[in-house]
Design a protein around this ligand. Structure first.
Ligand SMILES: NC(=O)c1ccc[n+]([C@@H]2O[C@H](COP(=O)([O-])OP(=O)(O)OC[C@H]3O[C@@H](n4cnc5c(N)ncnc54)[C@H](O)[C@@H]3O)[C@@H](O)[C@H]2O)c1
Length: 265
């Protein structure tokens, strides 16, 4: 079930958080995994964990905003493992909450260069390799783009983040239509709030503003999820593994919302 046995995956931002857990799940299910990230130390720790559990993984340092880095990361994957079957465009950043009037063009460009340009570049450079091996699998090649519930709804003081995640949602559909005939599937995943280092950074900021503010922030966030808890990394990694596997062979251009009911309200 959800097997990715023998497939080769590249996961951007795979050092920690959702990317790290996705890398572990895919490796556990039999994929060979390349983790790319800017954070070397955390990436090597994740790599160690995968290898100690008997999985196969490699790491390459990579800034997803840079096209030359993407070319290198894809080349490295092909050299190390002999091809590419699964691309998880996961690397992403959140911005400090800021009103639009105070948002500099530089901050806007920095965030969108990672969260949106990074996804475009990943898709672009992965295509020839995914296409080459797509015939090997009943589900073909698979591209999984990590968007957000903020790719559906707006959030005040989060314009760049929402714009980037909405962009990923429609980039996914355009790519899915273009690549279907090459047997490459492209889907987006839309997490609610998930307990990762990124989320915990937000909690720390709230605590620094007001004592006890961190817990209030967590309570407020949890209350917006009808299931009554934050998401855990494995909630998203399970969705990634499913979309990477041949079990999802008839799914392309779609949005997998994993949000504890947040968007159903
Ligand atoms: N945690 C949440 O609540 C949540 C909710 C919705 C969507 N997401 C999305 O999920 C993805 C993963 O988030 P997370 O919570 O695991 O974050 P995280 O900060 O814990 O992990 C993200 C990883 O991406 C890496 N990264 C950042 N910029 C990079 C760059 N330019 N090049 C390469 N790597 C880079 C980081 O070093 C980090 O290891 C992001 O795209 C995020 O927007 C997260």
């Amino acid at each position: 079930m959800n097997s990715v046995e023998g497939k080769i995956a590249l996961i951007s931002g795979g050092a920690r958080g959702l990317g790290g857990m996705s890398a572990k799940k895919l490796a556990q299910a039999g994929a060979k995994v390349v983790i790319t990230d800017l954070r070397e130390e955390e990436a090597l720790a994740t790599l160690d964990e995968i290898e100690s559990a008997g999985g196969q993984a490699k790491f390459i340092k990579h800034d997803v905003a840079l096209e030359e880095d993407w070319i290198e990361a894809v080349k490295f994957t092909v050299e190390q493992f002999g091809g590419l079957d699964i691309l998880v465009n996961n690397a992403g950043v959140a911005s400090a909450a800021r009103p639009l009037e105070e948002l500099s063009l530089e901050s806007w460009r920095r965030l969108t260069s990672i969260n949106l340009d990074g996804v475009f570049l990943g898709i672009k450079h992965a295509i020839p390799h995914l296409r080459e091996r797509a015939h090997l699998w009943s589900g073909g090649g698979s591209i999984i783009n990590i968007s957000s519930i903020m790719g559906f709804i707006g959030g005040a003081r989060s314009a760049a983040y929402c714009a980037s995640k909405g962009g990923v949602r429609l980039l996914t559909k355009a790519a899915a239509l273009e690549l279907a005939s090459s047997k490459i599937r492209v889907n987006s995943v839309h997490p609610g709030f998930i307990n990762t280092p990124l989320f915990r950074g937000g909690v720390e900021q709230a605590e620094q503003r007001v004592q006890g503010g961190g817990q209030k922030f967590i309570d407020a966030v949890v209350s917006r999820h009808p299931i009554g808890r934050l998401g855990e990394e494995q909630d998203i990694a399970n969705a990634v593994r499913y979309l990477a596997s041949d079990d999802s062979a008839f799914m392309t251009g779609t949005e997998m919302v994993v949000d504890g009911g947040y968007l159903a309200q």
